[in-house]
Every structure is written in structure tokens, then in C-alpha cells.
Ligand binder design. Structure first.
Ligand SMILES: [Zn+2]
Length: 111
């Protein structure tokens, strides 16, 4: 088992986990905060970690994440035109079906 990603952004780590598992890559999330759904900031010893169970698929998983995420790119969620999934704005492809962002399903323009 190899660590592929770690972040204090727990929803993002979970998002990647779901993304990879959807691609058939088994993964495991560790160091998740427990409880505190009431808005408290959980105390963590470190970032939440995402691990790939099959070492031989680490590189594949890394490429999938790199393809899916563009750090620093703005962030309006967009809806996949193929499957209708709502995808976070930093991703260029639908995590659910792999469809590229674009077409007529992009976020509305701010005018
Ligand atoms: Zn999709």
C-alpha cells in the first residue's frame, strides 16, 4: 500500500478516493476526522491520507488524479453533460464517467 495524496481538505481526499475506486483502483483513506459534524474544527495529527492498495497501480492512480485536478484553477462546480454529475470546479473531467468538461453544461457566465 502506497500513499498517493494527503490533504487537510478531507472532502477532497474523499473525492479522490471515490474517483479512483470508480476507476477500479482500490484505495484507503486514513487519518479521517471522526465526529464533529456540528461545525467544530477537528483536531488532527496530520492531513487525511489517501493510499492505493495495489502498489503496481500507484502511477496510474497518480496520473488519474493529475488529470482530474488542476490546483489553483477556479472553482465553480460544473455539471457533467453526459451523466449529470456535479463536479468540483478544479476538475477538468467528470470523476464519475470521465467526460471532459465543456459543451453546454458549463457553469453560467457571471454577467
Ligand atoms: Zn459524467
Amino acid at each position: 500500500m502506497l500513499q498517493i495524496f494527503a490533504s487537510y481538505d478531507v472532502p477532497l481526499v474523499r473525492f479522490f478516493a471515490g474517483f479512483l475506486e470508480h476507476q477500479g483502483i482500490e484505495c484507503h483513506v486514513t487519518n479521517e476526522p471522526v465526529g464533529s459534524l456540528g461545525g467544530d474544527i477537528p483536531l488532527l495529527e496530520g492531513p487525511t491520507e489517501l493510499w492505493v492498495l495495489d502498489d503496481s497501480r500507484l502511477e496510474e492512480a497518480r496520473q488519474l488524479i493529475e488529470k482530474a485536478a488542476l490546483p489553483g484553477v477556479p472553482v465553480n462546480p460544473w455539471r457533467c453533460g453526459k451523466c449529470g454529475e456535479l463536479v468540483e470546479g478544479q476538475f477538468t473531467d467528470c470523476w464519475n464517467c470521465g467526460e471532459a468538461r465543456g459543451g453546454d453544461s458549463d457553469a453560467p457566465s457571471p454577467s
